[in-house]
Design a protein around this ligand. Structure first.
Ligand SMILES: Cc1cc2nc3c(=O)[nH]c(=O)nc-3n(C[C@H](O)[C@H](O)[C@H](O)COP(=O)(O)O)c2cc1C
Length: 366
């Protein structure tokens, strides 16, 4: 199956797809293999968030996607170095142990070891399995570009400034994702020092400046939820869009029911930026967790190793208070649960309608 109305751009030609809609790879289970396959089957391009997944699970997910679609898809890792400041870790243990006592988990006595961030074996496994596109967020893709190209795979890099876009293109990225401040999940800056020092450029301002600075195709990301957003991105010079929040409410998404309800109930003011859940700024719907923790105590992603058991419990227990409910400023436009294919069809129909209206307006004025 593919989109009933086609919409071609440089990105559809490059990726061999029907419409310029890319599903953002979203870690911690939001993008399931079923969602990735549904997006690719509907004429878009599905990306699986695999940060944190060991090689055997990664290969299992790739096999599942392949059993559901013969269309192309990608996998995504965040590649940030362990970045940020170390502050009051005693307070972090105190707060999280209070949660543990409330929900019946064993207390944590000491901060775990710094996590191992080397993904080279995972990248190698994905390439050996023939994955056609590797996507990277939150850091420099350079260490993985040659291996990807040698295996015939494309590289997509998400950036949040023009300098990062130029660096990512110079490193050999085939596609740049320009991620604006509106976006759900982590800010995709390469470096991280503090919340205050992190550049915060909106999608409307960032996309045309990135388009002007690089020659490779650009996807716009951040706050894009419907056909209006797709057409705005195209008007800014982008070749397509990468969307996360809108697909959280897809039937095939993996988030737990109370998280999905929180996205559906969200307004434009519900999601805020906070570095406490993982150690780097990320946009999530305000809840008890983000309110209590305040500021991160450990660098990214070390901070989350003090919270992972609580997150796993919240996910299993359908508890929206103790899990970071990542979502973007556009969440108020996600109104109901729908199959991914319907979401894509709706976006493309709306975009084509706008294109025709604008064309008719221009012809009438000529
Ligand atoms: C729930 C969620 C999880 C995310 N996880 C990742 C991730 O693992 N890797 C990544 O590169 N980006 C991740 N992102 C950010 C997306 O790649 C993308 O920039 C963002 O969703 C675009 O903005 P939008 O949510 O307004 O569509 C995530 C976003 C959300 C909402």
């Amino acid at each position: 199956m593919s989109a009933s109305v086609s919409f071609s751009t440089r990105i559809t030609d490059l990726l061999g797809i029907d419409c310029p809609i890319v599903l953002a790879g979203m870690g911690r289970g939001a993008t399931t293999p079923d969602l990735v396959a549904a997006v690719s089957n509907a004429g878009g391009f599905g990306i699986l968030g695999v940060s944190g997944a060991p090689v055997d699970l990664l290969l299992e997910h790739i096999a599942r996607i392949r059993s559901l679609t013969d269309q192309p898809f990608g996998v995504n890792w965040v590649v940030s170095p362990c970045a940020g400041a170390t502050r009051d870790t005693r307070r972090l243990l105190e707060i999280t142990n209070r949660y543990r006592a409330d929900i019946g988990l064993d207390p944590m006595d000491a901060i775990p070891e710094e996590p191992d961030l080397d993904i080279s074996a995972k990248v190698e496994a994905a390439l050996a399995a023939g994955v056609p596109l590797l996507s990277f967020g939150l850091g420099d893709p350079a260490p993985h570009v040659d291996a990807a190209h040698a295996a015939g795979a494309r590289v997509m890099t998400m950036v949040a400034t023009v300098d990062e876009a130029v660096a990512a293109a110079d490193a050999g990225s085939d596609i740049i994702v320009a991620q604006g401040y509106e976006a759900g999940g982590h800010r995709s800056n390469f470096d991280y020092v503090s919340m205050d020092e992190t550049p915060a450029i909106g999608t409307l301002a960032l996309v045309p400046q990135v388009v002007d600075a690089v020659d490779v195709p650009v996807l716009a990301a951040g706050g894009i939820m419907d056909g209006r957003g797709l057409m705005a991105a195209i008007a800014l010079g982008a070749d397509g869009v990468l969307m996360g929040t809108r697909f959280l409410t897809a039937t095939e998404s993996g988030i737990f029911p109370a998280y999905r309800q929180a996205v559906i109930a969200a307004t434009e003011t519900s999601a805020w930026l906070c570095d406490a859940p993982t150690g780097r700024p990320a946009r999530s719907i305000r809840n008890r967790l983000t309110g209590d923790l305040g500021q991160a105590s450990l660098p990214f992603p070390w901070q989350s190793s003090v919270l992972d058991d609580i997150y796993a419990w919240a996910w299993e227990s359908n508890d929206p208070d103790l899990f970071p409910l990542w979502a973007g400023q556009g969440a108020g436009l996600a109104k109901r649960e729908q199959p991914a294919a319907e979401i894509i069809d709706e976006i493309i129909r709306e975009a084509v309608g706008i294109r025709e209206r604008l064309g008719a307006g221009a012809a009438a004025r000529a």
